[in-house]
Unconditional design. Sequence first.
Length: 220
Amino acid sequence: MKIIELKETITASNDRDAEQLRQELRKKGTLLINLMASPGAGKTTLLERTINDLSSQMNIAVLEADVDSSVDAERVAKAGARAIQVHTGGMCHMDAGMTRNGLEEMGYEGIDLAVLENVGNLICPAEFDTGAGKKVMILSTPEGDDTPLKYPLMFRESDVLIISKTDVMQFFDFSIEKCVERAKKLNPNIIFFPLSSKTGEGFDEWEKWLKDAVKEWKNN
Ligand SMILES: Nc1nc2c(ncn2[C@@H]2O[C@H](COP(=O)(O)OP(=O)(O)O)[C@@H](O)[C@H]2O)c(=O)[nH]1
Ligand SMILES: [Mg+2]
């Protein structure tokens, strides 16, 4: 009986597509960030505040991936970014081909920073390279500081860990120290930013990292 390892084949070609997209984005000077988190962790709210703060300094575009809605694209467009909604047809993640289609449909000429708000979950998006230059995950404090123990791959794969909703941290017995220790055990290089999209606490550090990342992407 012949068995085809379909998952491996698909993943191998997705990796090639992703690498090609990444190189094209590099040539055009567009940093693509793959933003991943659970539903409700605060991805869109983080983007709204970030766009408000930075859209006078750089051209920002957002690709909103969702199974079936367009509320998030409307929110980020209102905040001042170019935006497009991508429906994944029931898929729980975006792959490189879908990301390319979304970017090309939207048009990203002259865009310095493109953010892909990936489908909300901590499992499938971690497994697929989208062609992004940086991977950023959000963990909100109500989800618990033991989340790295439950979804290790997401923490291993991410360059940046945003710990969101620090304004309500005390109600959830969330320890930043414990969370970071657990995340660093999985990924010693992970950079972390505790912040609140409600109060703006911690945004200076996050936005400085973002601005530096955009500059570095263009210069390399
Ligand atoms: N208290 C608090 N609530 C937040 C924060 N960020 C987002 N929220 C709330 O969390 C809910 C989900 O946020 P949203 O950005 O839509 O999450 P997404 O599904 O990850 O895009 C909304 O009711 C937001 O107002 C935060 O930093 N602090
Ligand atoms: Mg959202």
